[in-house]
Write a protein that binds this ligand. Structure first.
Ligand code: NAD
Ligand code: GLY
Length: 360
């Protein structure tokens, strides 16, 4: 097992990464306030991993409740969130009850938001089971649900007590979901870690083939990057915004197509190509670097073009982005591989042209 630290003073927490960690409740017990937990999962992950986790915790004297939500991005909303509160209240869970998020980013984001708000805040632990959640969403304390008008529009910054990433759970992850996670892995190389980008160019097929050593390295390097950024800028006053490369375009794709039609990672991949295209048109990113970025996404099995929603519709959807300030869209663009910047001066015409060039 490898342990990284998210350094946030008295709210610091470890990220434990390794195979088979779910079978070892002693990794969880020290982080519980009292021996009582509510595990939140969904109807895909639950049948795979809930029974064994419950049994292991119960065997160590922990009182366990479980909430199984419907699976999917289309259920990341108030109605589903309320199912968590229904169980917590029906079971009279107390302020000291710890919520465990067992699943991908959807479960992690919703459980975190429930933990931030139930009785004004209860402890929670992230147990991510997708590549995307192990490299990104379980770390950093962003929690949210979607609104019909925009992705992740209602939420809170609320840090977990522990992240337990059992890489063995990736064995059951569908190929399409693994590829979606690779989009966020590639993101770290592009925004701040050019050496990692070069490593990915040499090793992407090993990741697609799920070679355990390669996956472990990519997860560790991604989490190390994320932990550094979060420690420096927890509430996204500056540098943390760079983690949103491709996301403003990508969120427009997810909302515009209907939640769940494009996977988050797929939308981020196409959005990253739009950001690279615009960066190139501004004269910041050489065309050959755009080609390298496109080739890596293709080899990862990711889309490199967005759906043809129409540039006007993209711009309308992008106007809801959380990075909009005083009505101005702030985009994350590239000045080179490994060097992301925040840019607030792109004209709607320039953005529209880049979108049109990268839609199929
Ligand atoms: P997801 O949670 O929908 O999981 C993807 C699919 O895989 C689901 O069907 C899920 O049930 C299934 N699954 C999960 N683990 C499995 C396993 N081990 N075996 C088999 N199937 C499994 O999607 P995701 O890609 O994990 O997360 C995407 C979400 O994360 C989006 O809502 C996005 O907005 C959010 N996100 C949040 C942050 C953050 O910082 N909080 C960062 C990135 C993304
Ligand atoms: N995934 C973006 C962030 O955590 O800031």
């Amino acid at each position: 097992m490898l342990t990284l630290n998210v350094a946030l003073g008295d709210r610091s927490y470890p990220i434990n990464i390794g195979r088979g960690l779910l079978g070892d409740p002693s990794l969880i017990l020290p982080f519980l306030k009292t021996p009582r937990v509510a595990i939140v999962t969904n109807d895909v992950v639950g049948p795979l991993y809930l029974d064994s986790l419950q049994a292991a915790l119960r065997a160590r004297g922990v009182r366990v409740h479980a909430v199984t939500l419907p699976d999917g991005e289309e259920h990341k909303n108030w109605q589903t969130l309320n199912l968590i509160f229904d169980t917590l209240l029906a079971e009279r869970c107390e302020r000291s009850t710890t919520l465990l998020a067992l699943g991908g980013g959807v479960i992690g984001d919703m459980t975190g938001f429930a933990a931030a708000t139930y009785q004004r805040g209860v402890p929670f632990i992230q147990i991510p089971t997708t590549l995307l959640s192990q490299v990104d969403s379980s770390v950093g304390g962003k929690t949210a649900i979607n609104h019909p008008l925009g992705k992740n529009m209602v939420g809170a910054f609320y840090q977990p007590r522990l992240v337990l990433a059992d890489t063995g759970t990736l064995d059951t992850l569908p190929d399409r979901e693994l590829a979606a996670g690779l989009a966020e892995v590639i993101k770290y190389g592009l925004i701040r870690d050019p050496g990692f980008f070069v490593w990915l160019e040499a090793n992407i097929e090993r990741l697609v083939a799920r070679e355990p050593e390669a996956l472990a390295f990519a997860i560790e390097r991604s989490c190390a990057n994320k932990a550094e950024v979060v420690a420096a800028d927890e509430t996204e006053q500056g540098e943390r915004a760079l983690l949103n490369l491709g996301h403003t375009f990508g969120h427009a794709i997810e909302t515009g197509m209907g939640y769940g039609v494009w996977l988050h990672g797929e939308a981020v991949a196409a959005g990253t190509m739009m950001a690279a295209e615009l960066s190139c048109r501004l004269g910041w990113l050489p065309a050959e670097e755009v080609s390298r970025i496109e080739a890596l996404h293709r080899r990862a099995g990711l889309p490199v073009q967005g759906p043809r929603l129409g540039a006007d519709r993209y711009l309308e959807l992008m106007a809801h982005d959380k990075k909009v300030e005083a009505g101005r869209l702030r985009l994350i663009l590239l000045r080179g591989i490994g060097q992301a910047v925040i840019h607030a001066d792109a004209t709607p015409e320039a953005i529209a042209a880049a979108i049109d060039a990268r839609c199929a």
